[in-house]
Write a protein that binds this ligand. Structure first.
Ligand SMILES: [Zn+2]
Length: 281
């Protein structure tokens, strides 16, 4: 499994290599998905124009419905009303804070659900489809500030459209299938994208670049929502101590390294005034 994100240029190169017919369909565009915020995340992203934001959001909506339907069938969806209320209340404070990074996000069709599972996991699919697993709540025993830290981190991945970036990368890797999908039409492409969204959400690791961006934007979201941003440091330390033989699910999709805590501490300091200002109001 490849852990580093390929430079965006190589994604486009892969598409271009497929032949002239595809070149017309598969141009690349450089986009700025978010404003920089106080944390200053400014990396320009290159996306395949084969995959639009709205198409990704549609496929993510379908992927989310699949996950919820499977959980529901096993009676593993929103079983504990107190937990569901807690997680949704935190989301309701974080979501308004997203407007600093992008103006459209507050009007996304956000959904927040709790899945009963031993896995220590949480994620946010493109377009604001959030899940928190009961394993995370039971094993990490997060405070509200810590739960806001992990949810802010996941929301940041969606704001930055990392799912769309990764789908571009995945489709370049599976170029043969992509060409076939294009030949078959957009319906097939949508089906393939739904599977890709499931893969990148549930099993494939984010790159370190994406992790750093989500960490930095995540602490700013938490601070602006009135949650102590320093909880990100204690949260990820707790995560790191879990597991024994098997590290928590969330660390396999959100790879960490030793410099991560240092970076989090640095950026927590940058956003602490936002948190303090909110408390004085
Ligand atoms: Zn992450």
């Amino acid at each position: 499994m490849e852990r580093s994100l390929k430079p965006a240029g190589s994604v486009c190169h892969g598409f271009l290599a497929a032949g002239l017919g595809l070149v017309l369909l598969a141009g690349c565009q450089t986009v700025q998905t978010t404003g920089a915020g106080v944390v200053g995340v400014e990396r320009k992203q290159t996306m395949s124009s084969l995959i639009s934001s709205s198409q990704i959001d549609r496929s993510a909506g379908q992927a989310y419905r699949q996950v919820l339907a499977e959980s529901g069938k096993k009676d593993r969806l929103n079983r504990d009303a107190v937990q569901v209320e807690r997680v949704r209340r935190i989301a309701e404070r974080l979501i308004p804070a997203t407007k600093v990074f992008r103006g459209d996000a507050t009007s996304w069709a956000w959904e927040v659900n709790v899945i009963t599972s031993d896995d220590v996991n949480a994620w946010c699919m493109p377009g604001g489809k959030i899940a928190v697993y009961t394993g995370l709540i039971a094993k990490v025993e997060p405070t509200d500030d810590e739960l806001a830290a992990v949810m802010g981190h996941e929301i940041a991945h969606a704001l930055r459209e990392h799912g769309r970036e990764r789908a571009s990368e995945q489709m370049a890797k599976q170029l043969g299938i992509s060409v076939l999908s294009v030949a078959l039409g957009l319906g097939e492409l949508g089906t393939q994208l739904t599977q890709t969204i499931l893969d990148v959400t549930l099993s494939l690791p984010h790159s370190r670049t994406h992790e750093t961006e989500a960490d930095r934007i995540g602490v700013e979201l938490a601070a602006r929502a009135g949650y102590d941003p320093r909880a990100a440091v204690s949260l990820w330390r707790k995560m790191g101590k879990l597991g024994g033989d098997k590290p928590p699910e969330i660390l396999s999709t959100h790879p960490s390294d030793q410099s991560r805590i240092r970076d989090l501490q640095l950026y927590t300091e940058k956003v602490l005034p936002l948190y303090d200002a909110g408390r004085k109001r």
